[in-house]
Each structure stands twice: as C-alpha cells, then as structure tokens.
Write a protein that binds this ligand. Structure first.
Ligand code: SF4
Length: 401
C-alpha cells in the first residue's frame, strides 16, 4: 500500500505522525509525499488550536479527497470537532489517534527510531493537561496529564543517538507536569545517554522550577533556551484566562534567569484580543514585554474555540484593534530579537548543523540563533562558532576548532 501523511500543529503531533510512519513502513507500506496522486491512503494529522488550523485541516482533507483513495482525519481537530470533518464528505474517516492502529491494521511502536525531515528529533515525554485555561481546547482533545516512563524516554534517546541525531527536543502538552519532575528526568538523560544537546520545548511559567533553571543556565548539554508562554501582561486578563500567575511573577522569572546567565534565549507566546482586553490591559502587556529581557515573541490573535468558557463570553475586541495590537507586538519582537543578537556578537556558541554546502553551513545554536558560517561541516555535526555579524534573519559566524 502507498500512504501519505501531512501534519499540522505542535511537536506532539509531529511525533505521533512519526510513530504512524514507522508503523506503516514496518508493515511493508511505502510513503509518498502528501498531495501527489497515487496514494491508497492519505492521512491528515490535524490541529485545532485556532480557527485557522481548523481551516487548514479542512483544506488538506479536500485536497486528499480530490485525489481519491482512503482519506483519514486524525489528531486534535478530528477528536474534538469530528462532525465538521465528516460533513466535508462521507468519504472522510474521522479516527482519533488512539484508534488509528486497528483502523490501519498496524501496531504503533513504543518508540521512534528517526525523525523524517528534521535534524532535531522531538521526543514526546508527556501527554495531556488539566489546567483548563479558559480559551484552550487542548485538554478536551488530549485528556488528563500522563507521563511516559523515564526508561522509555532514555531508550528512545539512546536509539536516536545511535541513528545519528545530536539534539533532541523534549516535547509534550504541558511538560512541566512530568511525573517525578522534569528536572529529575533531564538529570537521568544527561547521566544515561550520550546525547550532546537536549532542548526543552515550551514550558508553562508556573512549572519552571529552580532546579530546571539551574540545569538550563549551568549544564552545557542542556540548550540555553526557554520558551515560556506569558499570554498577557495584565493580571486581570491572566486571571480571566485561568492562568495561575501574575505579571510580576513572569517578570521576576525572566530577571532571575538572565541574571544567572545572560546568554539564555527566552521566548514567549502572547495572545492578543482576549475577551475584555481594553487599551489599558493591552498597555500592561506591552509594557511588560518591552521591559522584560526576552529574545522573541510569538504573537497570536485570540481565536474562540467552541466548547471553551471564553468562547461564550460576549466582550469581544474590535478586530481592527486586534490587528493593530498584533502588528505592534510583532514589531517589538523584531526589536527584541535584534537586541539579543547584538548582545551575543563576539561570543562563542555551540550549534547543530542543519544544512551543509560545499564551503559553508547553517545551523541553530544552543540559544536558538540561526547562524551561517564558512567552512566544512556535515548535517548533524555540532560545531563551535564565534558570532560576527547580524544579518536579516540569521547571524554570520566563524567556525573555530
Ligand atoms: S496550560 Fe492552559 S494553554 Fe497550556 S495546554 Fe493546558 S489548558 Fe492549554
């Protein structure tokens, strides 16, 4: 059988698509790129974090339907809003990810051995979230928190190292809820695997412990990069969102990390136009983000998700105001990134080579900067570089050693 998979959304979805790919290949099936004719089965692994991801999911399914063969929708949109996908055509099979094995007559493996199309492998360590932020549909799609046994995580990372990977990203829905502590898991990974670089994916501010911070700022094999979603700088909005911290807490967290190691890159997510966000509340968000020593922002306009409490609140924000606020924060993000790059010029950084040419290579540093340097290297090498000059979207560097 010939199959094709396309994946929307987060690292957990990417990981699950890889499990699926490996299970199908192990049964002797052959993969081809999604969207080209001839697939016996096309699988869309959907996301439902915003209405835009829903629309993308529907478009991909329409594309697959036009090509013929079996069309399967799995992932979060399929789980939560399956009826809307069935409504596209009776030919769309809506199958929650946990049921996909029997539907395709395969058994999902307990671990991945590669990561198609990526130089960094994502390693799923955790599932689910019980926080139920008032805008978020994810707990409905992914259920309560469950952690993967550490022995499985270690086994997977050891196998990925043997397969040539030199960086892994610990991923999950809310990884700070890892049972037994994320810091303890990291210590075990450092002790029991040879993986030279371990990156932590997005981590909620209230789960970022002192021990985790110590590992990020001190331990050379843990990437000096933290993505800590703040969502808003207004205490009133944070409370309406059901987020258990305030702006002062986030500010002091950033100050603490940067005081310990100014080379750590700190990114954040911010949501614009949440119900009740007036000029005053937006101003508080903007001031917090202007003042905090962060390196970049991911800015999202609020998207009401049917079935969440916030979707039923009436106090929506004028779309023109949302557009202006998004533009202001994206401009701020550019300034933040430039300032962080400038602060690192002349410094030595360790990077993972992600692309190699005959006389130059490109890679991503431990602290999440894209660098281009002259010299010879192979994809997946780890190389030390001196950062020399900022360019549009990357930094010019010089390889050393
Ligand atoms: S912490 Fe909040 S935003 Fe994050 S997955 Fe859980 S409910 Fe969603």
């Amino acid at each position: 059988m010939i199959f094709a998979i396309t994946t929307l959304g987060c690292k957990v979805n990417q990981y699950e698509s890889q499990l699926l790919r490996e299970a199908l290949t192990a049964r002797g099936h052959r993969e081809q790129p999604f969207g080209s004719p001839g697939a016996d089965v096309s699988i869309v692994n959907t996301c439902t974090v915003t209405h835009r991801s829903d629309a993308q999911g529907r478009n991909l399914l329409r594309r697959a339907l036009a090509l013929g063969g079996r069309v399967i929708a799995t992932g979060c949109q399929a789980k939560v809003y399956g009826d809307a996908l069935r409504a596209l055509s009776p030919a769309v099979e809506v199958i929650p990810f946990e049921d996909i094995g029997p539907a395709l007559d395969i058994q999902l493996p307990s671990r991945i051995t590669g990561f198609c199309g990526h130089s960094r492998a994502f390693v799923n360590i955790q599932q689910g979230c019980g926080n139920f932020c008032t805008y978020c549909i994810v707990p409905h799609a992914r259920g309560v928190p469950r952690s993967r046994p550490w022995q499985e995580v270690i086994g997977e990372i050891t196998g990925l190292y043997a397969a040539g990977f030199r960086e892994v990203v610990l991923s999950g829905i809310n990884i700070g809820l890892y049972e037994g502590g994320l810091a303890a898991l990291l210590e075990k990974i450092l002790k029991e695997t040879p993986m030279p670089a371990v990156r932590i994916s997005s981590i909620e501010p209230w789960t970022l412990t002192g021990e985790l911070i110590r590992l990020v700022v001190e331990e050379p094999r843990v990437c000096r990069h933290l993505h800590i979603p703040v969502q808003s700088g207004s205490d009133a909005i944070l409370s309406r969102m059901g987020r258990p911290y305030d702006a002062r807490y986030f500010r002091s967290l950033v100050e603490k990390i940067k005081a310990l190691n100014p080379g750590v890159s700190i990114g954040t997510d911010v949501m614009v136009g949440f119900p009740g966000e007036g000029e005053n509340e937006f101003g508080q968000t903007r001031s917090l983000l202007e003042e905090a020593d962060i390196s970049y922002l991911h800015v999202f306009p609020y998207s009401p998700r049917p079935g969440t409490p916030a979707a039923g609140w009436g106090d929506t924000v004028d779309p023109r105001a949302v557009k202006e606020r998004v533009a202001l924060l994206r401009e701020l993000s550019r300034r933040k990134r430039d300032a962080f790059v400038l602060s690192r010029i002349g410094m030595e950084e360790d990077l993972l080579v992600t692309r190699a040419g005959r006389h130059s290579f490109r890679g991503v540093t431990s602290n999440y900067l894209t660098v281009e340097a002259q010299g010879k290297a192979r994809v997946n090498d780890r190389v030390s570089v001196i950062l020399e000059e900022p360019c549009e979207g990357y930094v010019l560097g010089r390889a050393i050693g």
